[in-house]
Design a protein around this ligand. Structure first.
Ligand code: ATP
Ligand code: MG
Length: 260
């Protein structure tokens, strides 16, 4: 199982959008895929249409090992290759558990090991803060996708995320490397990219090198529509908007083969 964290240390950078779209496309292409909602805001769980009762196990119980791992994994409706470990707002209470456990950074990694044979890809939607949950997510990851808005805020988010990653790599708390930086809400007017978007993407290139910059997710209502209709962009006739995800899937497929 290739474990991919989708992380970026600001709100609204496209983490949940990218997690969901990648999960849908990978599972459709035959990859048994496990999505993990690691954000107490639990947007991914909401988008997946999972209606949880208060007593049903989530990532909180999965991390605390208070139920067997399988009990926290739910199948997606209408998609036999897609599964979710959901979250609810109670997930915030795991922060103290992680910091008191002494092994917080490696906990999610260890909890995922027993289910690794059942899936080819695991995608973790990280929270926007530099919290204990974020640390355990990065600790579990083999590789990292950093979505960042094509704006001054997004550039800052990328810089903070890279800084955290380097600190964790430095102390051996993660082995993850950056798979790519995904510019989000890249704004074009007609055939010209706006000045702010261009400046932000240029800055991102300078941070990580051009080879790690993925094709942008353009500013467009279509992505939200695809999510709300539980559809894919290509099914809606917007195949060109799906291009960033095709490039990502190609990279994932190569990494997944290398892992074997
Ligand atoms: P948070 O840190 O709050 O969890 P996030 O990084 O997960 O945020 P998303 O929720 O994926 O970010 O996206 C932020 C908002 O942008 C959402 O309301 C989403 O519907 C919207 N959005 C998604 N794709 C696009 C797009 N291509 N253009 C404009 N808006 C978009
Ligand atoms: Mg989110």
């Amino acid at each position: 199982m290739l474990t991919i964290a989708i992380a970026s240390l600001s709100g609204g950078q496209g983490k949940t959008t990218a997690s969901l779209m990648l999960g849908r496309l990978l599972s459709r292409q035959g990859y048994p895929t496990l999505l993990v909602d690691a954000d107490p805001q639990h947007n991914l769980t909401t988008y997946m249409d999972l209606e949880l009762q208060a007593n049903q196990p989530t990532l909180l119980e999965f991390l605390k090992k208070s139920v067997s791992a399988e009990d926290s994994i739910y199948p997606a409706e209408g998609n036999e290759n897609l599964f979710l470990i959901p979250a609810d707002d109670q997930l915030d209470t795991v922060q103290d558990y992680l910091s008191n456990s002494g092994v917080g950074a490696t906990l999610l990694k260890r909890r995922l090991e027993p289910v690794a044979d059942a899936f080819k890809v695991c995608i973790i939607d990280a929270p926007p803060q530099r919290s204990q949950i974020c640390l355990t997510v990065l600790g579990a990851a083999d590789t990292l996708i950093i979505p960042a808005e094509a704006s001054v805020k997004g550039y800052g988010s990328l810089v903070r995320t890279l800084d955290l990653l380097r600190n964790l790599q430095d102390v051996g708390a993660t082995e993850a490397q950056v798979m790519g930086v995904l510019p989000f809400r890249d704004r074009w007017i007609g055939n010209s990219q706006t000045q702010e978007s261009r400046a932000a993407v240029t800055g991102m290139c300078e941070e990580v090198g051009e080879e790690l910059i993925l094709p942008s997710i353009r500013e467009s209502e279509r992505y939200k529509q695809a999510i709300n209709r539980r559809s894919t962009l290509s099914d809606m006739g917007y195949t060109e908007l799906e291009y960033p995800f095709e490039v990502l899937i190609d990279k994932i497929s190569k990494l997944s083969k290398k892992q074997k």
